[in-house]
Design a protein around this ligand. Structure first.
Ligand code: PMP
Length: 287
């Protein structure tokens, strides 16, 4: 069955949806995106994703083409039209298609932003076989640009990082800058040492994960100590546990870094507990 997608105000079968070849998202990665998870047909942390979308657009000077309630309506309509139970809704806003290719931004009065949304189903989202086993990461240099706090569609280096990991027999890559871990290719990175959860503080160096904010809140509520600070590669390799977070992976235990097993090489108790809490609380708050 063909998916129904949303393009610039219209719901269309995916094979009929079109975007201009002059779109600046296509030519220059001049656009931003969000990924909102759907569990039991409901949206997880919609308002967090909407707030970050507004921030990303604001940092790039792209007008937000729709009000919060319209965004919510489009998400709900796509979920319903595609019968999406478990999976994600991807949204992308670009600076639009002005006609000629030009480094200069087009006049926002005459060039409308392009808006695209689509769904991806993933029935194994909650009861994930990967989460039961844990994942292995390698580490690579962080060669991305300096505004990683903006969720742009410039994902070539993270994609290359993921391929380096797969080639090395691992699942993902954590990126390292000045000896410290920044984040994963598509997730935030954490280690646990002596019961303390350690993750890099927010800055332009990392994406401000919506799942990160929720997980740190739940951890503090459960009296788990949290340190928001940089941690070195050596600290990571000698951690008791590690995990990563993202909207679509929730809390995912990490069981090996650069081929060195953490603890007994199985998902740690705190990471496992945080995953349970996150899923339970997110389900309760879903809209
Ligand atoms: N860091 C990066 C680089 C990411 O791409 C993502 C997911 N898009 C995250 C962190 C996690 O963010 P979130 O929890 O909002 O999905």
């Amino acid at each position: 069955m063909s998916r129904i997608v949303y393009v610039n105000g219209e719901y269309q079968p995916e094979d009929q949806a079109q975007v201009s070849i002059f779109d600046r998202g296509f030519l220059m990665a001049d656009g931003v995106y969000e990924v909102t998870t759907v569990i039991d047909g409901k949206l997880i942390d919609f308002d967090g994703h909407f707030a970050r979308l507004e921030r990303s657009l604001g940092e790039l000077g792209i007008r937000n083409p729709m009000a919060r309630d319209t965004w919510l309506e489009v998400h709900r309509e796509l979920q319903a039209r595609n019968g999406l139970e478990h999976g994600l809704i991807y949204l992308q806003v670009t600076r639009g298609a002005p006609g000629d290719r030009d480094f200069v931004f087009p006049d926002p009065e005459t060039t409308e932003p392009t808006v695209v949304l689509f769904t991806q189903s993933n029935p194994a989202l909650v009861d994930s076989p990967k989460a039961r086993k844990g994942i292995k990461v390698i580490t690579i240099d962080d060669l991305r640009w300096g505004r990683r706090d903006i969720k742009t569609v410039q994902l070539l280096y993270p994609s290359m990082g993921k391929m380096m990991a797969l080639k090395a027999g691992a699942d993902d890559a954590w990126m390292v800058q000045d000896g410290c871990v920044t984040e994963g290719t598509s997730n935030n990175a954490y280690i646990i040492k002596n019961g303390r959860i350690i993750t890099r503080a927010l800055s332009n160096d990392i994406l401000h994960g919506i799942t990160r904010a929720a997980v740190l809140r739940f951890a503090r509520e459960a009296q788990m100590p949290v340190e928001e600070r940089s941690f070195t590669l050596e600290e990571a390799r000698s951690a008791d546990e590690a995990f990563m977070t993202s909207a679509s992976a929730f809390v995912m235990p990490v069981v090996a870094i650069d081929g060195v097993a953490l603890g007994d090489g199985t998902p740690g108790p705190l990471a496992t507990r945080l995953r349970e809490i996150y899923i339970e609380e997110s389900r309760k708050a879903a809209i």
